[in-house]
Design a protein around this ligand. Structure first.
Ligand code: MOS
Length: 725
């Protein structure tokens, strides 16, 4: 596998980015003269070289460079290209950057105070962005309300109110952001990079560079993990700007320190959840308030704030709801998306509280959940009818596998459960398929394989439909010049939507092949089917390769395209103030169960067993699905127990992978996967999105198991030893 950072072009320069050391400051002086005069330095770009564009479609994204103010430690101020990375770094240090510190705010609660420093006092200039709120440090406000909440609370048997907190967490990919940019003489740009969204990158780069998008080609050779952290422009724009400035190809790669201070972490949240129940433990009403800290720029904060409410509702029947979710600016890193954005934080709150309620009512937590879960035909959080609902089955199977009946098998040992739901994000996909004269197929897709195996799944779908073996299908793509559009590797959608598009293309090729067989044999087209690399019917067996060769030699050729067009989201806008809820397209359901013990002296958690029962609709490839589940649980264990980007006064204290503690093989137990198959109407063979869900439930399941083992309830992530003992 070749990665973006492996690319080396003749005459290539190396770029480095100068970043703000302070969390909030006015730029008094930015003088690059001394740096520019250094031997080996070939070019420097700053905000003065970038047109004042507002890129991104709906929200205010992190700008290319700071202009008059820096708003977080790590915000880019300038970029340098030099003959070696070392010279570029030295030149960054030689740039005279003089900053006048400004009052700053570092948590969402404080940012809402009336006298808090304003991150973006210039609201007027955002008038074209309808989804943004325009009040104080609130980037967006989403609400969900239905039923008679006041009456429900007034009639409740019990009311529970708790507050949960979750920190900034790094998406956890091991390959840093990297890009190589090269311009051709006619003003065309090619960027080899590791984005999850090549077509989005193409559009964003065109805006930043102020050129037509048709002049930008984005190629993604391979990605060493993305997890949402590579959805947004990272270093591609610096490479492109520096390449244009110097007339030479430029490579820019981030360091681990930059990744931890200036990439796109999971947002920090504080969630207050108030729940009313009746005597039997039935949910009557929920009130919730989410403060989701998006950092200095909104990026995906508004979207995550909206998703947060869906997960906070959880897969439960709740007659009355009043949820509000605010995306809030602070002077910390501009957060982004991370696998199941908002999922683990909201699930940690709602599923921790479910266990607290069960404990208080003297109920088994499994029974409490089963009493309240949604069933087939219930309405989802955006008012849509839910189909393929399997949450009860997931809970029962996970509980059985973990041995739920014996919930506290030994002192300091306990078991925990959590469940959730998640959508499969839509987004359109196009594919092009060619059957070559040797009978093999090429599937051209603009989707990026981010290591999930999703494109293998799409290739399997194509092979299945054409009667080919998987080894007969080659997948090409992730090149905006040569491949049809794909919405991108995000939202657990790739196998789902590329698979759907592949089925459409395959149906057309099947028709072409059967027509050729009919012509050759004189039998009707309907007499034929495709199996084992041949068109078969009426006593005939004609190899697909023969038909493909004949067709091409006689002026034909077997080609087809297929599309999957994302259905318009039918959300109910009256339930949401200024940010729409993404719709629950082909929702998936899942339950996690964990068995762990806690060392009473040190608070160290040892996980003995972990079970995931996940409804995948239809398991196109059980092996890669289990891989997604194991990986998601590993990430979830990190979220639960150890991962936090630690700040003091707006500066990161642990910008390295020694002090930012991700789980290793020693921290992750064997994960047992139970693949539940409750088909969706929308996915290929009923498949549902698979990739994001497995990292949602681990924090809650582990918190519940810790409480079962120790009697102690931890309300904030990560649940480090000192919080447990
Ligand atoms: Mo995902 S956070 O949609 O890559």
């Amino acid at each position: 596998m070749v990665y973006a950072a492996d690319f080396a072009l003749p005459g290539m320069l190396h770029g480095k980015v100068l970043r703000s050391p302070l969390p909030h400051a006015r730029i008094r002086r930015l003088d690059v003269a001394a740096a520019r005069a250094m031997a080996g330095v070939r070019g420097i770009v700053t905000a003065a070289d970038v047109p004042a564009v507002r890129y991104g479609t709906a929200v205010r994204d992190t700008p290319v460079f700071a202009t008059d103010r820096v708003l977080f430690q790590g915000q880019a101020v300038a970029a340098v290209a030099a003959t070696t990375p070392e010279i570029a770094e030295a030149a960054c240090r030689a740039i005279a950057l003089e900053l006048d510190p400004l009052p700053a705010v570092f948590d969402a609660e404080a940012a809402l105070a009336p006298d808090a420093p304003l991150l973006h006092p210039d609201w007027a200039s955002y008038a074209a962005l309808p989804v943004l709120a325009r009040e104080g440090n609130i980037a967006a406000r989403a609400r969900m309300r239905h039923g008679d909440v006041e009456a429900a609370f007034a009639s409740a048997h019990r009311i529970y109110e708790h507050r949960f907190a979750t920190p900034l967490q790094h998406p956890g990919y091991t390959e840093p952001r990297a890009a190589v940019a090269a311009w051709e003489g006619d003003g065309r740009l090619t960027v080899w990079c590791n984005t999850q969204l090549p077509f989005d990158m193409q559009a964003v780069l065109a805006e930043i560079l102020d050129i037509p998008s048709g002049r930008v080609r984005v190629v993604v050779p391979g990605i060493g993990g993305g997890f949402g952290g590579k959805l947004r422009v990272g270093v591609e724009h610096y490479a492109a700007l520096l390449a244009r400035r110097t007339g030479r190809p430029v490579k820019v790669m981030t360091t681990t320190e930059e990744e931890l201070t200036a990439a796109y972490p999971r947002q920090a949240t504080t969630i207050t959840l108030r729940t009313a129940v009746d005597r039997e433990g039935r949910l009557l009403a929920r009130q919730g308030r989410v403060l989701l800290e998006c950092g200095a720029f909104a990026n995906s904060g508004p979207g995550s704030a909206a998703i947060c409410m869906q997960i906070l509702v959880g897969p439960y029947r709740t007659p009355a709801l009043d949820l509000e979710s605010l995306a809030v600016y602070t002077n910390r890193v501009a957060a982004g998306s991370f696998r199941a954005p908002a999922g683990p934080m909201a699930n940690f709150a709602v599923e921790s509280q479910m266990d607290i309620i069960a404990e208080d009512l003297g109920m088994d937590p499994l029974d409490l959940r089963l009493r309240n879960v949604v069933r087939e035909g219930d309405l989802g959080p955006a008012g849509e009818a839910l189909a393929g609902v399997s949450v009860a089955e997931c809970l029962e199977r996970a509980a059985e596998a973990i041995g739920w009946r014996e919930r506290r098998p030994a002192p300091n040992r306990g078991k925990g459960l959590a469940c959730s739901w998640w959508m499969t994000t839509g987004g359109s996909s196009g594919v092009f398929v060619r059957l070559a004269p040797d009978g093999t197929a090429t599937l051209v897709s603009g989707a990026v394989e981010i290591g999930t195996g999703a494109l293998t799944g799409a290739a399997q779908v194509l092979a299945e439909e054409l009667g080919l073996e998987l080894e007969d299908v080659r997948v090409a793509g992730a090149d905006t010049r040569d491949a049809p559009f794909d919405y991108g590797a995000q939202g657990s959608r790739t196998a789902f939507s590329v698979g759907n598009a592949a089925r459409v293309a395959a149906a057309e090729l099947r028709r072409q092949l059967c027509a050729l067989a009919a012509r050759r044999t004189g039998l009707p087209q309907e007499a034929f089917r495709l199996e084992r690399r041949a068109v078969v019917g009426g006593g005939h067996r004609i190899p697909i390769a023969d038909l493909a060769r004949e067709s091409q030699l006689s002026g034909g050729g077997l080609i087809a395209h297929g599309t999957y067009i994302n259905p318009a989201p039918p959300y109910d806008p009256t339930r949401v103030e200024n940010h729409p809820l993404p719709v629950f397209n082909a929702p998936s359901f899942h339950a996690h169960a964990v068995d762990l013990s806690v060392d009473p002296g040190t608070g160290e958690v040892t996980i003995h067993d972990y079970v995931v029962a996940q409804d995948v609709g239809f398991a196109i490839n059980p092996t890669w699905i289990e891989g997604q589940i194991e990986g998601g649980v590993a990430q979830g264990i990190g979220e639960a127990l150890s991962e936090e980007i630690v700040y003091r006064e707006g500066r990161v204290l642990n910008a390295n992978l020694t002090d930012y503690k991700m789980p290793t093989a020693q921290d992750v137990p064997r994960v047992r996967s139970i693949l539940v198959e409750c088909p969706s109407a929308a996915g290929p063979y009923g498949a549902k999105g698979v990739g994001e869900p497995p990292c949602i439930e681990p924090p809650a399941a582990i918190a519940n198991a810790i409480a079962a083992a120790t009697g102690r309830r931890v309300f904030s992530l990560p649940m480090t030893a000192e919080k447990i003992v």
